[in-house]
Design a binder for this molecule. Structure first.
Ligand code: DQA
Length: 149
């Protein structure tokens, strides 16, 4: 079974309590449970981690124990060349995910250092962003849908 790893970045452990008007009421456990159920239905093996540290994210990327990575780097999206370089170095397919639409918030959130090394970005659908990413992952890994246009 193809392996998909999900990395949740800093502060996402606070989902459900944090800025609910932006991020919604769902907790991270809730989102992870929904993803596990969907991955099972799609025929994907899923592992999920959350870390508040940049080095923790980089270590998880470098572990390369996955066929495709779904990552919400949270605030590091907008700052971390180190995470971008780790993705490039490992060379595995990556889908970037955001709960909120980063393009209709503050100006500084529009810049993603990750987008240029990701297959694509899903942003703005709340927990549904992760579900859409899983569907895209299944298409790529199980149906061989080309990643590049
Ligand atoms: C986020 C958007 C980021 O700008 C923010 O720093 C986050 C969460 C999202 O999922 O919408 O922490 O990645």
């Amino acid at each position: 079974m193809p392996k998909v790893k999900v990395i949740h970045g800093p502060n996402l452990n606070l989902l459900g309590k944090r800025e609910v008007s932006v991020y919604g009421m769902a907790t991270l456990d809730h989102i992870n449970e929904a993803m596990k159920a969907m991955a099972g239905r799609l025929g994907l093996e899923l592992s999920v981690v959350q870390t508040n540290s940049e080095s923790g994210i980089i270590d998880e990327i470098q572990a390369a124990d996955y066929d495709l990575l779904i990552i919400n780097p949270a605030a590091y999206t907008h700052t971390s060349i180190a995470i971008r370089d780790a993705i490039s170095a490992v060379g595995k397919p990556v889908i970037e995910v955001h709960l909120s639409n980063i393009h209709r918030r503050e100006e500084f959130r529009r810049r993603s250092y990750i987008a240029e090394v990701a297959l694509g970005q899903i942003s703005g659908f709340g927990p549904g962003s992760y579900m859409l990413a899983l569907r895209a992952a299944a298409k790529i890994l199980l149906e061989g849908t080309p990643h590049k246009a």
